[in-house]
Write a protein that binds this ligand. Sequence first.
Ligand SMILES: Nc1nc2c(ncn2[C@@H]2O[C@H](COP(=O)(O)OP(=O)(O)OP(=O)(O)O)[C@@H](O)[C@H]2O)c(=O)[nH]1
Ligand SMILES: [Mg+2]
Length: 620
Amino acid sequence: MSTGSFHLALVGAPNSGKTSLFNALTGSRQKVANYPGVTVERKAGVFVTPAGRNVSLVDLPGTYSLRGRSPDEEITRDVVLGRFPGEALPDLMLCVVDATNLRLAFRLVLELKRTGRPMMVVLNMFDIAQRRGVSVDIDKLSAELGVPVVTSVAVRKAGTEELLRRTDEFAARTPQPAQDNTWKTLSIAELKGLQREADRIIAATIRLPEKPDSLTTRVDAVVLHPVAGLLILALILFVMFQAVFSWAQPLMQLLSDAFAALGQLVNDVLPPGLLQSFLQNGVISGVGSVLVFLPQIIIIFLFILLLEDFGYMARAAFLMDRIMGGAGLHGRAFIPLLSSFACAIPGIMATRVIDNRRDRLTTILVAPLMTCSARIPVYTLIISAFIPATQIWGWVNLQGLVMFGLYAVGIASALGVSFLIKFFMWRDYAPAPFMLELPDYKLPRLKSIALGVYTRAKMFLYRAGTTILSMMVLIWFLASFPQPPAGAEGPAINYSLAAMIGHALEPLLAPLGFNWQIAVALIPGMAAREVAVAALGTVYAIEGGKEAADQIGQVLATQWSLPTALSLLAWYIFAPQCASTLAVIRRETGSTKWMVVTFVYMFALAYLASLLTYNVARMF
Ligand SMILES: Nc1nc2c(ncn2[C@@H]2O[C@H](COP(=O)(O)OP(=O)(O)OP(=O)(O)O)[C@@H](O)[C@H]2O)c(=O)[nH]1
Ligand SMILES: [Mg+2]
């Protein structure tokens, strides 16, 4: 990897600011958040130092020791020891330490020293430490630890100047005399010994403030309260879904008017024919019907990112530990499951922080049940078309409430499935106790929130322009060809390949109340869920002409019965996995078996849930 350039690695305890430093140095935008276990894979970048030296830098998952207890910690250990395939041994390890949280961090420094590799300690978050009145005798600390020590503020401009200068100085002196690698996997007794030594060094070189951070303690007294805490958590989620409907509505209307106008323009400018139909029905109605959900995506990510940066996520994990434990899930499963609200893929990757293989596998299997953001368009479209936008009790938006309910069913089924997995497969096994360091609260940084929201929005648009657009081209083609014979009656789409496929699937899906148009939408919906919405947009637009193209929601409201709509909502709570999620499950579990298991069980659940919903709804 290092092609003549100086090679640095960022090592350190979780949540100490490694990725912030990585982003500051390389100008990347890797995910940063205020909870431990954000980074779960190795990320590489390059930069040039002030002295003009080319540096390659690798960011690593956080760890408290080199014991490699979970898949993410193994990555860090292997890179540090030069065992990671394709990764050169770092010329210098930057051991990032949160200056407000030193004990375990210094133990890691002492352990890393045993590898005999050159290293430098970076006292990060020095701004917070100073504000709290921590004072450090840097020279003495450096002498005690036996390695250079620099301070840094990774999130501030110019906060890394000293680090860069010292790195340049160090690099100018290399090669260093080789030292022995005396590291071997430490026993508990040895770790305790290192901890005593670390505590001694802290006592000798650092003066801590009389009173520890009182804001965090005061807020936690309420937020972690067994009753009040859970109520607050429920309230936060509730407000989030209300916001998704109420705040997004005007913006969505604007976007949907814009697409209608664009469709009109195409209609006026181009002569009737295949090109007009392709642009209007395939591209604008299809892709446009997904793009109008951008405001919703932005709002939901705004909430998630704010909570992440504030430091709330680890608290929520703590609160949910009892409930999750009852369902056989490890406390560490919380953050992966929560990440799955955005998308199951990062969620499944985040399970690498779980050390026990069974706990990790259970979490992977249920993560896709959490409602990912790709379901938002499907849910919103159907809810807007079938659930009146009335207020109940004067202030609760009924549509938002239904959305909240759908998320709740997703969560409940994840708990239920994990309970069954544990019950049938691993009854004799009790999860290890849950330990997660609660980070101090931090005021969310406007810039990083804005950047986070921007990145997510860009990803959504990119998907719309690639996956969804290409699927729409296919759907449009299937729905337009073959063209009806001369003198044929009824909408042209009835003669198309899409109709043939839809009709072929109808017997299977009719018990769920799905018509052939839904059947056509479900198949591409497995590639990516929001494609189902786009496919419905295209199919109904081709079938119904211009009016349908403008208002897919209204068309659905007249074409479907309420039981059909509810049944489709139930289907998408489970919705057999999207293709990329299945691929990640195979990669992370290292087996095709678990991928197939996930697909089959989710398909069965979706089918049963729809069958039940449709028939119960019809009785009323
Ligand atoms: N005030 C302040 N905040 C910082 C500093 N460095 C990082 N942060 C914040 O600390 C939190 C954790 O930062 P990350 O860069 O994600 O930490 P990490 O070490 O990569 O964490 P993992 O990937 O979980 O191991 C984020 O909320 C950052 O905004 C700093 O120097 N000062
Ligand atoms: Mg990180």
